[in-house]
Design a protein around this ligand. Structure first.
Ligand SMILES: Nc1ncnc2c1ncn2[C@@H]1O[C@H](COP(=O)(O)OP(=O)(O)OP(=O)(O)O)[C@@H](O)[C@H]1O
Length: 694
């Protein structure tokens, strides 16, 4: 891919992704490192030993952060995977010199494997166990998966925990399970027997996991997890396979629970009694990311440390981990999905702005437009912020054009033939056929229940038709899932706006770039500079799209806090980042006030014209469709009622009678460039716009 010009952000920062090592050397990371080191130097050995015990919990908590926080799935088998890892690590590395049956229960010698091999096996085993569970319920709703993980936990309790040589057996002679002694490993000649030396070794594991987690979160995969968690259909629409990421999230969680168990085995030097690792302990671990916040890596570590220290420091209060879990889960529910980390970020921001939320002039303008134009005079005196100069627009377009795949030279971008879809007795589509010429803007009109959204679903792959075929850019995709169709250059929006409310506009846009980035995820984890460079290109394309869609000023704002039309544009931006040549827009103006609708259509027309995008839009805002489109279809009762140019369709007597009625008067209109211009549009434009919107 050719180099694209850099676009600078208004705050002077370039839209570059910082390499992870830079991120790790930020003041916060340095302070954390200093605290960890100073603690080891100053605290007594027994306290250092206690704090090292937070590392296994933090590792497991990080895995659950990916699973619960990012992918929004739940596992109740975490205690089982964690506990199994402890026992297996002890067993696999056990030295036969201790003699068979050294545990007093008879049995085998142990694996005597080098610790590295045993650790890899245990981590892989944890990943595999949970991945298989996720795979086995691929087509079932999430609740079945929760039940399956509970089943796995019980199976572990009744097998691994009952195996005498590993855990002492549920009814074994040594009910406390303290049967194995687990040797701490040798590490490049270092003696880790001392608690302080081991403390650094354990934190080294955590540091490695944190580096990988930060890289994962910053990579396209991190955002793909989030998008799958927020909305599977929206993820599929930009080329992300929800199943793949669901399985991956479970695998990552299993791997990190395995890693946690390994460090716990070394830390304790003999396994804890198995009753501590039964299913309720899964809730303790689950409470960590819930309380920390579902996207807060740093707070997972903080909460893990506090969960480890509190019962020890406040021993006289008899605070058990289970009480902490209950408090953590309740507090997490009160704080909401952003948890303590989100609250801390809000407080930091509050302090920074002295309690005042600074509003840009443009935000005030938006608010005035939403209120119905009063007050525009005063605000309108300012320069129209957000309106790009010709040079800025050209620069943004050049970046986005470079990001998109080459323009296909083909007559039709898409074709759906004789599509039939029935929901029981309801024939949503009854032999509908449409053709979307390449680089055209096509409108799909029709009364409520005509089958428009169903046809959209069929073209984008969300729904398989009972009969009929779909081809995209000359390829028959009738049997392909939505994410594979997205790879051919199709993206879609939905009737109700689907954005990730807790993530920033920038993240929302970048989430669309997953498949277009096209670099193997492991390269991001390994810190490959080519992967970082490609991510930078994606960021620049996202920034360019944000500028063109006039949402650049919200780049760092959470999408959930934005007004409706900005959220809708963020959804369109996410589609643009997936590299579409065909954009399917399902009622983009639904719910917008007239001024915002006019502005949105003007933006869409410009994107279509400037980027050569093919657009199919379903819309009830008839006038805008007739003004904007080259070709219009009218659908009624699942069949195509009319097709042709806007003038032909508007003049069709049957269309007039069955859909448009007599209110509609077709007068092509001038294009309005931006929201600001829309706000200043002639009142009669807006009046007409509202008149024809049912
Ligand atoms: N999942 C479903 N289950 C049952 N019936 C459905 C389902 N989805 C759509 N339908 C029915 O199929 C018909 C077509 O629905 P569809 O949503 O495609 O229409 P539409 O033209 O998009 O309507 P609107 O303009 O109101 O969005 C309607 O009668 C609807 O009730």
């Amino acid at each position: 891919m050719s180099r694209v010009p850099h676009l600078n952000r208004p705050d002077g920062r370039r839209t570059t992704s910082r390499p992870v090592l830079t991120a790790m050397s930020t003041p916060g990371s340095l302070v954390a490192l200093a605290v960890v080191v100073l603690y080891a130097v100053t605290a007594p050995a027994y306290k250092v030993f206690t704090v090292a015990g937070a590392v296994p919990i933090a590792l497991t908590g990080l895995g659950l952060l990916v699973l619960i926080g990012w992918a929004r799935e739940i596992s109740l088998a975490t205690a089982g995977i964690y506990g199994s890892a402890i026992y297996l690590m002890g067993y696999l590395t056990r030295n036969p010199d201790n003699g068979p049956g050294a545990n007093g229960l008879g049995g085998v010698d142990g694996g005597d494997l080098p610790w590295v091999i045993a650790a890899v096996a245990v981590i892989a085993g944890g990943a595999l166990a949970l991945a298989l569970v996720a795979l086995s319920s691929a087509r079932l709703p999430g609740i079945y998966l929760v039940v399956l993980t509970l089943g796995l936990q019980i199976i572990i309790e009744r097998t691994i925990y009952t195996y005498g040589d590993l855990a002492g057996g549920l009814s074994g002679g040594d009910i406390r399970g303290n049967i194995l002694t687990i040797e701490r490993p040798g590490f490049f000649g270092l003696d880790l027997q001392g608690d302080k030396a081991f403390y650094f070794f354990a934190w080294g594991w955590l540091a490695l996991a944190l580096v990988l987690m930060v890289r994962l979160r910053r990579s396209p995969m991190g955002l793909a997890f989030h998008l799958v968690g927020a909305d599977r259909q929206a993820a599929a629409a930009v080329g992300i396979s929800p199943l793949r990421f669901r399985v991956l999230a479970f695998a990552v969680s299993g791997a990190l629970a395995g890693a946690g168990g390994i460090v716990a085995a070394w830390h304790l030097e003999s396994p804890p009694p198995f009753p501590n690792l039964l299913s309720p302990y899964s809730l303790v671990l689950l409470a960590i990311p819930v309380l920390a916040g579902l996207d807060s890596i740093a707070f997972v570590v903080l909460v893990a440390v506090s969960f480890q220290l509190t019962p020890v420091e406040l021993e006289e209060l008899r605070i058990s981990p289970f009480i902490l879990a209950a408090v953590g889960l309740l507090a997490g529910a009160v704080f909401g999905s952003r948890g303590l980390g989100g609250r801390a970020a809000d407080a930091y921001r509050y302090l920074l702005h002295g309690g005042r939320r600074t509003r840009t002039a443009r935000e005030r303008l938006d608010a005035a437009v939403l209120r119905g134009s009063e007050g525009l005079g005063a605000e309108g005196d300012e320069a129209p912020i957000g309106m790009l100069t010709a040079e800025e627009r050209a620069a943004a377009l050049a970046v986005l054009e470079a990001w998109l795949p080459p323009r296909p030279e083909i007559a039709n971008a898409a074709e759906a033939r004789d599509v039939v879809v029935s929901f029981g007795a309801v024939h949503a589509l009854d032999g509908a056929s449409i053709r979307i010429p390449n680089e055209s803007m096509v409108g799909l009109l029709g009364p409520n229940g005509a089958g428009k959204s169903t046809l959209f679903d069929v073209i984008s792959g969300v729904r398989r038709p009972d009969q009929g075929t779909v081809s995209l850019f000359g390829t028959d995709v009738s049997t392909q899932p939505a994410w594979d169709r997205a790879k051919l250059g199709v993206a879609r929006t939905f009737q109700t706006t689907r954005v990730m409310a807790d993530l920033s506009v920038g993240d929302n846009l970048l989430a669309g770039a997953y498949q277009r980035i096209g670099i193997h995820p492991l390269r991001f984890l390994a810190g490959d500079p080519r992967a970082a460079a490609r991510l930078r290109e994606a960021e620049e394309a996202a920034w360019a799209a944000a500028r063109l869609l006039d949402i650049d000023r919200y780049w760092n704002e959470r999408c959930g806090t934005l007004e409706f039309s900005a959220r809708r544009r963020a959804e369109i931006g996410r589609c643009l980042l997936s590299g579409p040549r065909l954009l399917l827009l399902d009622e983009p103006a639904a719910g917008l006030d007239p001024a915002s609708s006019v502005a949105l259509f003007s933006l869409l027309k410009r994107l279509h014209a400037d980027l050569g995008l093919t657009v199919l839009l379903v819309e009830h805002y008839v006038k805008a469709v007739l003004d904007s489109c080259d070709l219009v279809y009218v659908l009624a009762e699942g069949r195509i009622l009319a097709e042709g140019t806007p003038a032909e369709v508007a003049a069709d007597p049957e269309v007039q009678a069955r859909y448009l009625g007599t209110r509609m008067r077709f007068v092509p209109k001038v294009v309005v460039a931006t929201d600001a211009a829309a706000a200043a549009a002639r009142p009669e434009d807006l009046a007409e716009a509202s008149e024809v919107s049912p």
